[in-house]
Write a protein that binds this ligand. Structure first.
Ligand code: ES4
Ligand code: ZN
Length: 326
C-alpha cells in the first residue's frame, strides 16, 4: 500500500542495530561450515524454530551461540557488508552500528579482528554505496566491571574507528550504575555514550542512564512511560529513544503491536526513532519495522515522515553532514 511505499522512499538513519543480530540463519550455517564449528541446531529450519522467545534472556541465549560462528576478520567484514547492502536497499543513508566485543573476545577472538573486519566493511560501503556507517562498542552488562574496563582499554587503541560506547545484554539485575566508572572513562576519552534502558528494566534504570552514565540517547526506553517526571525530563532535554517495534513484539515487551507505546511517546513530545535491533532474529529490517508499527497504530503519512526526520535529528552528525546526507 501507499504507506509502505512512503516508508521505502524516505531516507532514514538506523541508530539501533546490533551487527551480530543481523546474522541470518543461512549465514550462521555457512560460517559454521567455513570455520568448522559445531552448532546445537542441525538445520536452518531448526535454528528458525529456536526463534520463539519468551523474554530478552531467551533471545540472548540463542544470540550468543549464533555469533560464535564469527571467527576471522573476513567473517566480520562479510557480516557487516551484507547488513549495509540490506540497509542501503531500505534507503538507510547513515548507520550507527552496535557491536559486542566481549561476545568475541570471551571466545578467544582478538578485539582487532572484530574491529578490522567491521570497519573495512563500513569504509567499503561508504565508497561503493554512499552509505555512512560508524561503530559503537557495547559493554555486556551481565559481565563484571573489570571485564568492561579491559574492553574499554582495547577500544582506546582504536579510538579513531569507534565513535561511541553503549550498554546492552541482560537488563534486569544489571543497572547502569554498575558501569559508572567505565562510562566516566569512556566520556573522558571522547566517546559518545548510549545505554539500553527501560526495555525490561524499570524507569529507575533510565534515570541512571541519564544521570549516572550521562548518555546522549536511550535505547528502547519503553518503560520510561511509567514515570511522568522521567517523561518530562526526556522531552525537555530532547533525549532520543531508539525504539524497536518488532523486537518489542518478539521479546514480549509488548503483547501486540497495536499496544505498542510509540504513538504515546510521540504525543508526549519524545524524540523517538524506529529501528531494527536484531533484524535477523526479530523478523525484519528497518522498513519492516516502520511498516508494521505504522499499520498497527494507523500512523499517518506525516507521522511516518516525522519519524524518519527524527532519525536524522537523533543521529551523531554535524549539521553539514545532515544536510549532505538528505
Ligand atoms: C539486544 Cl534487544 C537487546 N536488548 C539488550 N541487549 C541486546 N543485545 C542484542 N540485542
Ligand atoms: Zn538493542
Amino acid at each position: 500500500p501507499d504507506r509502505d511505499h512512503l516508508v521505502a522512499c524516505l531516507p532514514k538513519c538506523e541508530l539501533h542495530i546490533h551487527i551480530e543480530g543481523s546474522l541470518e540463519p543461512e549465514m550462521v550455517f555457512a560460517l559454521a561450515r567455513r570455520n568448522h564449528i559445531r552448532l546445537p541446531w542441525d538445520s536452518v529450519e531448526a535454528l528458525r524454530r529456536a526463534y520463539a522467545f519468551g523474554s530478552l534472556q531467551d533471545f540472548l541465549d540463542v544470540y550468543y551461540v549464533g555469533m560464535s560462528v564469527l571467527v576471522t576478520e573476513h567473517d566480520f567484514y562479510d557480516l557487516a557488508l551484507a547488513y549495509l547492502r540490506r540497509a542501503h536497499a531500505d534507503n538507510v543513508v547513515h548507520v550507527e552500528m552496535f557491536f559486542d566485543p566481549q561476545g568475541h573476545t570471551s571466545r578467544g577472538i582478538a578485539f582487532d579482528t572484530v574491529v578490522n573486519g567491521l570497519s573495512r566493511a563500513c569504509t567499503q560501503a561508504r565508497e561503493e554505496l554512499g552509505i555512512r556507517a560508524s561503530l559503537i562498542m557495547c559493554v555486556l552488562r551481565h559481565l563484571d566491571e573489570a571485564d568492561a574496563q579491559r574492553t574499554l582499554d582495547a577500544a582506546l587503541a582504536h579510538r579513531d574507528r569507534i565513535v561511541g560506547v553503549g550498554l546492552d545484554s541482560s537488563e534486569k539485575g544489571n543497572p547502569p550504575e554498575k558501569f559508572a566508572r567505565v562510562f566516566a572513562r569512556a566520556r573522558d576519552a571522547g566517546f559518545s555514550l548510549f545505554a539500553h534502558a527501560g526495555e525490561e528494566g524499570p524507569p529507575d534504570y533510565v534515570w541512571q542512564a541519564l544521570d549516572v552514565l550521562g548518555v546522549a540517547r536511550v535505547d528502547h526506553g519503553n518503560r520510561a512511560l511509567e514515570d511522568d517526571v522521567l517523561v518530562a525530563r526526556l522531552a525537555r532535554d530532547r533525549v532520543p529513544l531508539t525504539v524497536c517495534p518488532l523486537s518489542n513484539l518478539r521479546l514480549r515487551v509488548v503483547d501486540d503491536l497495536r499496544h505498542h507505546p510509540l504513538r504515546h511517546m510521540m504525543e508526549k513530545g519524545l524524540a523517538v526513532t524506529v529501528n531494527s535491533d536484531d533484524p535477523a532474529y526479530f523478523g525484519g529490517y528497518v522498513n519492516d519495522n516502520f511498516s508494521a508499527v505504522a499499520r498497527a497504530l494507523d500512523l499517518s503519512a506525516s507521522d511516518i515522515v516525522a519519524l524518519a526526520r527524527s532519525s536524522f535529528t537523533a543521529a551523531m552528525m554535524t549539521d553539514a553532514e545532515r544536510a549532505a546526507a538528505l
